[in-house]
Design a binder for this molecule. Structure first.
Ligand SMILES: [Zn+2]
Length: 557
């Protein structure tokens, strides 16, 4: 540990001294059009929509590896650009699939005040196409979306990101043009950007790994960047274990060794006098796009650069992190492609062999790792601000704290049986449409069935009176499943769980799910019409029933 600390200090100083030369050195021998606004202004400004557009168009024009596409249009009429880098170049999902190489999707600027991912992605694209990083596309296909929230990007403000300490002075805003927080859209997928992402990136290109680039909100840990996997809930533990046990530790070491920059798991630090210091991650909920990917049996990484670092340092940290991740995935391309394929096959096999017998969590709680960790932090001191209040500020010294409790994973609180199939009435067409939008296969029954099914009886229905996340009123229910004979009409919707997206369907359709369709109001109209929320109704059937055995042979004439 001591050597490691010394190494950090020395390389950190050298890195900062050499940083301006490093950036200047990048200018040699590359197309001038592909230098970013951030670089050209010595990191005083971040790229505007027109800069990103020019970059994406130019890189495709100039490079034999790049293919650029507009994959959607925002409410305010801005194009969403994606750039596909491959060697040899590919211009369609079919061409990509034919190579057998895994697709890695890198998305930046989802919160348009958190701008360094946008700059780092463009720098990296340029250096893959024209510089020393071309080997990163030897074995994998990279898709970059450097500006996922263009409607937020150009609404320049000095106040949208206070913890970034005015570096750069002006950045865009968090919300999309429709007012959505685009990183709460994993389940409801209402924003035009999210719909375009699902339709034209996820369902067409099927990335094995998604990397989502953010800036944190500034707790005084000592890292330049923090990362998180797609937290494991109902999804595949195979891909989760690979990311947390192999990929992320290797990337952490790689970034440190190449630059001296310390990176670590994402968390918020809490230090209360007399208590053990804790470092706790954010959430398992699939409304967050990274966690959502886990329910699709895919890998994902959240990247959060340290907001109090200067803009140029944040761009550099982000760049180095991306390079390290992509070196690792390039090296392990075969394993990654095989693993996601296997996760899909395992899902189908598990339902076929154990559907109706196994349970998975529908609500979760955070829990700590068994052993305490040493955590790099920034020493802080008390001071009195201009209003006479006592506050804390960093002294500029880094400090290791040993024996920190690390809350870094989630365990189920409430579980539900994973069925063979879900069935629901024809009138819930909006539910079927939403499932299909995510790529879940939904069939329609062509016979009338008499089935023994599990139906959830709602004994308590609570709907928040305050709206959140784009006009939603969080719904929670209590109740229990009962087994009963039910006649299923012709034309009912039918979700056979023997499909790769079974875990996503499960999380969306289970009534007690902490981030399911019921929570997001998709059943309000149906249930309220039948008395939900009315205190005189003590038991209300939830309309999605589940069957624990195959449907065949049960036709009712
Ligand atoms: Zn963010």
């Amino acid at each position: 540990m001591k050597n490691n600390r010394y190494f950090l200090l020395v390389t950190g100083i050298l890195m900062i001294l050499n940083f301006s030369q490093h950036i200047a050195g990048q200018w040699q021998g590359m197309p001038q059009e592909l230098f970013t606004r951030a670089e050209k202004t010595w990191f005083k400004e971040t790229s505007m929509n027109k800069d990103v557009k020019t970059f994406c168009e130019k890189v495709a024009e100039l490079s034999r590896y790049a293919h650029t596409e507009v994959f959607g249009r925002t409410k305010e009429g801005n194009d969403l650009f994606m750039v596909v880098l491959a060697n040899p170049k590919v211009a369609s999902p079919a061409e990509a699939a034919a190579t057998g190489k895994p697709v890695i999707y890198i998305q930046a600027n989802i919160h348009a005040g958190e701008v360094e991912g946008k700059e780092a992605s463009m720098q990296l694209m340029r250096e893959i196409c024209f510089g020393p990083k071309t080997p990163l596309i030897d074995n994998q296909i990279l898709i970059f979306c450097p500006n996922f929230n263009p409607d937020g990007n150009d609404k320049l403000s000095t106040t949208s990101r206070p913890s970034q300490d005015g570096s750069p002075a002006l950045t865009g805003v968090r919300a999309s043009g429709e007012g959505y927080d685009l990183n709460r859209e994993g389940i409801k997928a209402e924003a035009v950007e999210t719909k375009a992402f699902l339709k034209n990136i996820i369902l067409k290109w099927d990335p094995a790994l998604l990397i989502d680039l953010h800036t944190d909100n500034g707790s005084w840990h000592g890292y330049a960047l923090n990362y998180a996997p797609a937290y494991l809930t109902a999804g595949s533990s195979v891909v989760y274990n690979f990311v947390i046990d192999s990929l992320l530790p290797a990337v952490r070491t790689s970034v440190l060794e190449r630059s001296g920059i310390p990176v670590f798991s994402f968390g918020y630090m809490s230090q209360r006098p007399g208590d053990q210091t804790t470092f706790s991650t954010y959430s398992h909920l699939p409304r967050y796009i990274v966690n959502y990917m886990g329910l699709r049996n895919r890998m994902a990484i959240l990247s959060e650069t340290f907001s109090h670092d200067r803009f140029e340092k944040r761009v550099l940290s982000n760049y180095l992190f991306l390079v390290s991740v992509l070196e690792y995935t390039n090296l392990n391309h075969g394993k990654i492609a095989e693993m996601v394929k296997k996760a899909d096959e395992e899902t189908i096999r598990l339902i076929r062999e154990q559907g109706g017998k196994i349970s998975k969590g529908v609500t979760y709680k955070i829990t700590s790792a068994p052993d305490p960790i040493p955590l790099l932090t920034r020493e802080t001191e008390e001071y009195t601000d201009e209003n006479g209040r006592t506050r804390r500020r960093p002294t500029g010294r880094l400090l290791w704290i040993d024996d920190v409790k690390h809350y870094n994973h989630f365990v189920p609180v409430t579980e539900a049986v994973v069925p063979w199939a879900y069935l629901f009435p024809a009138e819930l067409e909006s539910v079927a449409a939403k499932l299909k939008e995510h790529g879940i296969e939904v069939k329609v029954t062509d016979k009338r069935y008499s089935v023994t099914a599990e139906q959830f009886m709602i004994s308590k229905y609570t709907r928040d009176s305050r709206a959140a996340y784009g006009g939603h009123y969080a719904v929670k229910v209590e109740g229990h499943y009962v087994s009963k004979k039910i006649i299923v009409d012709i034309g009912s919707f039918y979700v056979d769980m023997r499909q790769p997206l079974a875990w996503l369907a499960f999380y969306m359709l289970e009534p007690e799910s902490d981030d399911g369709f019921l929570f997001w109001n998709y059943f309000d109209e149906y249930l309220i019409a039948r008395g939900a929320g009315n205190s005189s109704i003590s038991s209300l059937p939830y309309p999605v029933i589940k069957v624990l055995k195959p449907l065949k042979g049960k036709e009712k004439t």
